[in-house]
Write a protein that binds this ligand. Structure first.
Ligand code: DGL
Length: 269
């Protein structure tokens, strides 16, 4: 495997289409970089999958992106980050940037001292989220809310149906009733529901997504590793999926905001 420089793309992946919210932030911060996005929608949601399964898929997706020449890997998924990023970093020959739920920034801005965290059950139950919360001190109360079912809605680009709204109401209303004035979106699928979440939470509640800080870290790591593409111009964004390609194309085009062509995440020998 030759380690590519400059012209090579940045490889971004998620369990499904949620990481497109991170890809959006990276594209905004880096208009001149070639980007690859791999959605493991054929296996999403990872939900209650065990750690070995998640580590195996993370390795497979990373190897796929490296085979396409990726010069950096972005794990655009909180669940994969908490379960598999340590092993991935130890093995991966290019820099790896991963997610961190915006618990630190939320702790700085909350006025009520109550922060709600919305994420998948795996992320909510993880030692890294527990550590992050503890490190903010006793004066902040964290309401940790697992949100089963939400990833599935976004995987279908179903952002506004009654079913989606019913789930959001069930998860968000108790947080607000218990004093949360700041909500952390700890899953990369949820920023696609930002408008609906904000409408339910109300205008005085700050809803924080970690896409922009991750994009900032990608910029920093490109600089540190001297991997920035020179010149910019004609930057491409290419999409891949492990699910049915027609469905993937419809959903990914809807979430990306323009028509995209989707290639297959194939086998890697
Ligand atoms: N986008 C993933 C995350 O940030 C969803 C995980 C899943 O498929 O369960 O956690």
């Amino acid at each position: 495997m030759n380690l590519p420089q400059g012209e090579a793309p940045i490889g971004v992946f998620d369990t499904g289409v949620g990481g497109i919210s991170v890809l959006r932030a990276i594209r905004l911060a880096l208009p001149g970089e070639n980007l690859l996005y791999a959605a493991d929608s054929g296996y999403a949601p990872y939900g209650d999958r065990d750690a070995d399964f998640i580590k195996g898929r993370a390795l497979h997706l990373t190897r796929f992106l490296l085979a396409q020449g990726a010069k950096m890997i972005v794990v655009a998924c909180n669940t994969i980050t908490v379960v598999a990023v340590k092993e991935l970093r130890a093995w991966c020959p290019v820099p790896v940037v991963a997610m961190e739920p915006a618990i630190k920034p939320a702790s700085k801005v909350t006025r009520s001292g109550v922060v709600g965290v919305l994420a998948t059950s795996q992320t909510i139950a993880s030692a890294s989220v527990a550590r992050l919360c503890e490190s903010q001190g006793d004066h902040i109360k964290f309401l940790l809310q697992p949100c089963p079912g939400l990833v599935e809605r976004v995987e279908q680009a179903d952002l506004t149906s009654d079913a989606t709204r019913a789930l959001l109401l069930k998860y968000i209303e108790p947080l607000i009733a218990n004093g949360a004035d700041t909500l952390v979106l700890g899953c990369t699928h949820y920023p696609f529901l930002m408008q609906q979440i904000q409408a339910i939470a109300g205008p005085d509640v700050l809803v924080i997504d970690a896409g922009a800080p991750v994009a900032k870290e990608v910029v920093r790591q490109l600089g540190l590793n001297k991997l920035m593409r020179a010149g910019g111009g004609n930057a491409k964004t290419s999409f891949f999926s492990s699910s049915d390609l027609d469905t993937a194309q419809t959903v990914m085009s809807a979430l990306w905001g323009e028509r995209v062509t989707v290639g297959e995440i194939g086998r890697i020998e």
